[in-house]
Design a protein around this ligand. Structure first.
Ligand code: B12
Length: 308
């Protein structure tokens, strides 16, 4: 496009713009390439954005967080974007988004061991969907399909690991984009010792980030003492644990009880996953709150101030 070349370079390189707007570099490039959201000038070392670009990108980020599709708002001018923000309008028409979800393409990329393509496709989807839609419409169905493929022998453990790595990257960018500005303490995510099934807490952490809650993501197979230390040091307001392996039996529930017993009063422990669902009474007896679905998790996040 001609105007991009004609425009004089501004003063902000893309790395600085990513930091100032909280929009990851890949997403910025996708918004420019696919939707012409801004047209930065260039010098011989790359893109240089001006103050107008910076303001517009900040507005776009806030509107996308509220659920607007970037494809529908990218070409609006600053005054219109400002009006949309003031009106607090929610988008009604989601046709364009439904087309965007390309699970088949993602699964084919996993089949080819093509990690860059998986990352790229997830990056593109997160540019057009809100973070919440990303979790419900892409990440959870994708995880289920990969899990099923692994169980049926269509995918290897290596391919499953590749997907887990890619989803952790995505979690990282969601956490960066959505991090609460007021430095509010967050939620701690972990699985107990012996439990390496991590995808449930990855999705749960993405959803927390989507709702603007702080995320302290510890990962899987964690000693109870480490979880307690993280809660103490970060002042977290809740802990989210996942139990998937029913085989772990009472030991997993003992770990849950140790977390409940060791954390400060007023900090809730939420537990989800297949093994927790299989033993609802024991989870409650351990003093934890059983969360059966991601919809119920969203409700719990709302009570903590999560915005969805
Ligand atoms: C992927 C996978 C793995 C991966 C995990 C990688 C990772 N990074 O997480 C790897 C390869 C490491 C693995 C290892 C093993 N696995 Co495995 N694994 C699976 C698989 C295929 C998918 C699990 C998954 O993550 N799904 C995605 C999540 C999001 O979906 P979900 O588990 O269905 O969860 C739903 C709900 O429970 C809820 N939910 C889940 N977590 C949470 C958390 C919160 C907070 C909330 C609110 C909700 C929630 O959300 C989902 C709703 O859609 C399942 C089989 C299957 N198809 O489910 C077996 C399965 C869980 N594994 C199993 C087994 C036996 C093992 C191994 C022992 C195999 C072995 N012999 O080595 C090891 C154990 C490792 C360990 N120490 O934990 C068994 C468990 C059997 C049992 N009843 O205990 C299963 C069921 C397979 C089977 N049918 O035999 N596994």
């Amino acid at each position: 496009m001609e105007p991009a070349l004609a425009k004089p370079p501004g003063k902000y390189p893309i790395r600085v713009i990513a930091r100032l707007t909280g929009i990851p570099i890949d997403t910025l490039r996708a918004w420019e390439r696919r939707y012409g959201a801004v047209e930065p000038g260039r010098d011989d070392r790359g893109r240089l954005y001006d103050d107008g670009d910076l303001q517009k990108l900040k507005l776009l980020r806030r509107l996308v967080e509220r659920g607007h599709a970037i494809g529908r708002i990218a070409n609006l001018g600053e005054p219109e974007l400002g009006k949309l923000l003031e009106a607090g309008l929610e988008p009604h028409d989601r046709d364009g988004k439904a087309d965007a979800v390309d699970l088949k393409g993602l699964l084919e990329a996993v089949d080819r061991y093509d990690l860059p393509a998986v990352d790229r496709k997830l990056g593109r989807l997160s540019a057009v969907l809100s973070s919440r839609e990303m979790v419900h419409e892409v990440v959870l169905p994708f995880m289920r399909q990969v899990g099923q493929g692994w169980q049926e022998g269509r995918f290897t453990v290596a391919q499953e690991h590749m997907v887990s790595a890619s989803l952790r990257n995505l979690l990282g960018s969601l956490v960066r984009v959505q991090a609460p500005r007021d430095g509010r303490a967050g939620l701690v995510f972990a699985t107990p010792p012996g439990e390496r099934h991590e995808l449930g807490i990855t999705a749960a952490a993405m959803l927390a980030a989507a709702g603007g809650l702080g995320v302290v993501y510890l990962g899987s197979d964690l000693p109870t003492g480490d979880v307690l230390e993280a809660v103490r040091r970060t002042g977290a307001r809740a802990v989210v644990l996942a139990l998937t392996r029913t085989e772990l039996g009472p030991s997993a529930l003992e770990s849950v009880r140790s977390v409940v017993d060791g954390i400060p009063a007023g900090v809730d422990v939420y537990v989800g996953g297949a093994a927790a669902e299989a033993r609802p009474d024991e989870v409650r007896q351990a003093g934890a709150i059983l969360i059966p679905t991601f919809g119920a998790l969203e409700q719990a996040y709302r009570a903590l101030g999560g915005r969805f």
